[in-house]
Design a protein. Structure first.
Length: 135
């Protein structure tokens, strides 16, 4: 089940270390995507599993796990992107100084969420994805 809570997720695609955010990425751009999750206060100190799902403009879903991107179908088991201890601010290093060379234009919605490691059926997530347009 998906649950709305006091958890907040912020951030986006940045070319300047987080000073500004831009959804449009062009060949030659170096980008970082490092959203911040502010978990529900009840989850501080708990083991959290961070989940990252990409959706492209063809509505295909992909699960971002540590080091790989896997096609995902709703109902499949979800592997986490990383595990971390709940804190007031949790950084999610999706991309760090990635140089986009072009050749694969697409639009992506990036959904970020988390679950308690011992309660895999309940996912806390943001309804607003990070949008990224590769040109």
């Amino acid at each position: 089940s998906n649950t709305e809570s006091t958890a907040a997720i912020s951030g986006g695609v940045t070319k300047d270390g987080g000073v500004t955010y831009s959804n449009s990425v062009f060949p030659g751009d170096t980008i970082s995507i490092r959203p911040v999750i502010e978990p529900d206060g009840n989850h501080f100190g708990e083991l959290l599993e961070i989940i990252v799902v990409l959706e492209n403009k063809a509505s295909e879903l992909f699960l971002l796990t540590s080091g790989s991107v896997t096609p995902y179908t709703l109902g499949d088991s979800i592997s986490p992107f990383l595990q971390t201890t709940g804190a007031p601010r949790v950084f999610v290093p999706i991309l760090d100084d990635y140089k986009y060379t072009g050749g694969s234009p697409n639009e992506y919605d990036i959904y970020i969420g988390y679950r308690l490691a011992d309660k895999s059926e309940e996912i806390f997530f943001s309804l607003e994805p990070i949008k990224m347009s590769l040109n």
